[in-house]
Ligand binder design. Structure first.
Ligand code: S3P
Length: 170
């Protein structure tokens, strides 16, 4: 039985990498945000607006416990998932956790290119955004660094290497 759990900051490429790997390995792909949205029949941004971050984190925690019981899966988490409750310890017990590590500059670049609506980044100017990412990433590293495996994705062109490394975990 294989269960790979991908973590990392917003914009690190968790969903992209997870999807590509699932296709190659035959494992089933789950994106925790998408799972939440389909179970709740609401967008993540809507859940934030209605219940605040605290409400979202509780739902995220509960849904993580559903998804991380499935077998032969690759799961990509939300950027904040490892940082609340005992989610990080739980994930380490459930599967092989891989941290996609990227610098604030690279994350900023990816986030600017992406189209996903992210409640925590909404309404920030360019300058505020880079400061926010740098500060929050610094705090979140404490949790992310508890992952057993870590992959530097600063060179996203190095995709092949990333795929090979994660495939070895199977
Ligand atoms: C969040 C990241 C988002 C989503 C929510 C909160 C975070 O997921 O779960 O907006 O706290 O970093 P992605 O990392 O997939 O953008």
């Amino acid at each position: 039985m294989t269960r790979i759990i991908i973590i990392g900051y917003m914009g690190a490429g968790k969903t992209t990498v997870g999807k590509a790997l699932a296709k190659e390995t035959g494992l089933t792909f789950y994106d925790l945000d998408w799972y939440i949205e389909s179970r709740m029949r609401k967008k993540v941004s809507q859940i934030f607006a209605e219940r605040g971050e605290e409400g979202f984190r509780k739902i995220e925690h509960n849904m993580l416990h559903e998804v991380a019981e499935f077998e032969d899966v690759i799961i990509s988490c939300g950027g904040g998932t490892p940082c609340f409750y005992d989610n990080m310890e739980y994930m380490n017990g459930q599967g092989k956790v891989v941290y996609l590590k990227a610098s604030p500059e690279v994350l900023h670049k990816h986030l600017k290119m992406g189209k996903t609506e992210r409640p925590l980044l909404k309404g920030k100017t360019e300058e505020e955004l880079i400061t926010f990412i740098t500060e929050q990433l610094g705090k979140r590293e404490t949790f992310y660094s508890k992952a057993k495996y870590s992959l530097d994705v600063n060179l996203m062109d190095d995709y092949e290497k990333i795929k090979i490394t994660v495939k070895k975990l199977r």
